[in-house]
Design a protein around this ligand. Structure first.
Ligand code: NAP
Length: 523
């Protein structure tokens, strides 16, 4: 393999490509690490990338993590009742199966522990730089390297893998008067465990996947629960059960059995893509199941009417719960559908003029997804950030590479989200794509790969054209899937096996490339 001499800023040490194994050359606070791959984040994406690099024998990488532990969204979302709505056997890495899942739908703590154990077992923990919040990442053309600044030092890398995830930054709506509120305020993803809700008048704003999990947990504790609902969600039964000791024993001794179960779940859930992405009329079956579920759980016709959605099921995320609706039938619960006009010192005032006294406000209002904050931090070859380049509508090739941002791979970037199955499938597709890109770069002696703008454009035309047939575009709802320009830039409009087919091979012909030998010499 040819080596590249890089231009070295004063005070730094010149190195040859790939000469530095992992973090060992970093020197702590204020240091500069020079590695082949810099990964940002330790959620499923970042950790998965590190594990797959490790398994492929690539050791010169670092993982930048702003917190002091791994886990991403499963570390941050500790609200009561936090759990996964995708079956455990599928919501895990295929290359790191866990025969010890205790429930068919895992709770937050068990997933967080799984990720922590994966980091240890696959020897990636020593590559993680904790407390390193990325503040800026820019492509330096002269060096053909990414320069990544963090709160505690710098990293210079040939390849940048952005695994910050789409559900990272809590979104709190700018309600008039919120800053005047004298009580306690927090977001579901930043739960205040020091605060005791017992006996309080608590307002929960939002009725998405997070809120429907936390509401049944806090309802028995609080004095009064005010649930501010803008849009009713569709909810189907949750078929959760403990996984028996015998099943776990079987999976430990016969991994093939667990693989078969995983595969069965995969194909069962994949069927749902038919209704969501091809024939929204099929969603009527799911709608019927959800209506029956509601009818069985809520006897009061007035409350049931409030809780009945007015759009096609699947247009927003389909939620699963057996205890959300029952919690709302309790005496201390009040579903408020009037919009919020303002927040006062100790109350919330709704559009009907009613002032609701409140001690604590909990926002279950989701995340900055289509305006992801990482887009402000990453600068490409022309000096513009991803945010400036995207101009309100995120766009990438295969959800990962962006023209003008050489050697950048965004994990589960634009149009990779799913409404029907596990995101780990999309993450794994991206992991294999990046590995193939690294292999291909090595074999061809390439310093840079930059997706061709016309390839990216035609791919996105194809995605948007498929999007026209989906329930997300035709279901009659407003959702966070759609960006400020009215474009669905978040979801993948097809089966996951189609995405895996597309990402199976890194096609050099899709990229503008430059070879390592042609890289500029040092001064
Ligand atoms: P979300 O689905 O985005 O829901 C946000 C909720 O807040 C919605 O009900 C929304 O109402 C409401 N809202 C937003 N702004 C509002 C405002 N100004 N006034 C009143 N209501 C407002 O957020 P989330 O529940 O945190 O879930 C986000 C995503 O995280 C999910 O879609 C899912 O992908 C993931 N998640 C997954 C799990 C899991 O089990 N795997 C669990 C939790 C979260 P509208 O509906 O009217 O917009």
């Amino acid at each position: 393999m040819s080596t590249t001499t890089v231009r070295v800023p004063p005070g730094e040490r010149a190195i040859d490509d790939h000469a530095v194994p992992g973090v060992s050359d970093g020197d702590g606070d204020g240091g500069v690490w020079r590695v082949r791959v810099a990964i940002v984040g330790t959620g499923f994406s970042g950790l998965g990338m590190a594990i797959r690099l490790q398994q492929a024998g690539i050791e010169d990488y670092v993982v930048l993590e702003r917190a002091d532990d791994v886990g991403g969204t499963w570390r941050d979302n500790t609200y009561p009742g936090a759990a996964c709505d995708v079956p455990s056997h599928l919501y895990s890495f295929s290359f790191a199966p866990n025969p010890n899942w205790t429930r068919t739908f895992s709770r937050q703590a068990e997933i967080e522990t799984y990720l922590r154990e994966c980091a240890e077992r696959h020897r990636v923990s020593s590559h993680v730089l904790y407390g390193h919040e990325v503040t800026d990442a820019r492509w330096v053309e002269d060096e053909r390297r990414w320069h990544v600044s963090t709160s505690r030092g710098r990293v210079v890398a040939e390849v940048l893998v952005a695994g910050m995830g789409p559900l990272t930054e809590p979104s709190i709506p700018p309600l008039p008067g919120l800053d005047r509120f004298q009580g306690t305020v927090f977001h579901s993803a930043r739960w205040d465990h020091q605060h005791d809700l017992a006996g309080e008048r608590v307002a929960v704003i939002g009725t998405g996947a997070s809120a429907i999990q936390l509401v049944p947990q806090i309802q028995p504790l609080v004095g009064e629960l005010q649930l501010y609902q803008r849009t009713a969600p569709w909810i189907v039964p949750r078929s959760d059960r403990p996984i028996t000791a015998a099943e776990r024993l079987l999976y430990r001794h016969l991994p093939l059995a667990q693989r078969a179960v995983r595969s069965g779940i995969y194909w069962w859930l994949e069927l749902r893509a038919l209704g969501m992405t091809r024939h929204p009329r099929l969603m009527k079956v799911a709608e019927l199941a959800a209506k029956l579920h509601l009818r069985r759980q809520v006897a009061d016709p007035e409350l049931r009417a409030k809780l009945t959605p007015s759009y096609t099921i699947g247009c927003k995320r389909v939620l699963i719960s057996n205890d959300y609706h029952p919690a709302l039938t309790r005496e201390n619960a009040n579903v408020i559908t009037e919009s919020i006009d303002e927040v006062r010192d100790h109350s919330i005032v709704t559009a009907d003029g009613i002032e609701h006294e409140v001690d604590t406000i909990i926002f279950g209002t989701g995340f900055h997804v289509t305006d992801a904050p990482y887009a402000k931090l990453v600068r490409g070859a022309d000096g513009r950030t991803l945010e400036e380049t995207w101009n309100g509508s995120m766009e990438a090739y295969l959800g990962t590479t962006v023209a003008g941002f050489p050697n950048l791979f965004i994990m589960i970037g634009p149009n990779t989200g799913l409404g029907h199955t596990s995101m780990t499938i999309m993450i794994e597709a991206h992991l294999e794509y990046v590995l193939d890109a690294l292999r291909t770069m090595d074999e061809a002696g390439l310093a840079t790969v930059d997706v061709r703008p016309e390839v990216q454009a035609s791919y996105n035309d194809e995605v948007q054209s498929a999007m026209r047939h989906t329930v997300w575009n035709r279901g009659g709802c407003a959702s966070w899937y759609v960006d400020a320009n009215g474009r669905n830039s978040t979801l993948w409009p097809s089966f996951t096996f189609r995405f895996r087919e597309r990402t199976r091979r890194f096609r050099l012909e899709d990229y503008s490339v430059r070879s390592r030998v042609a890289a500029p010499a040092a001064d």
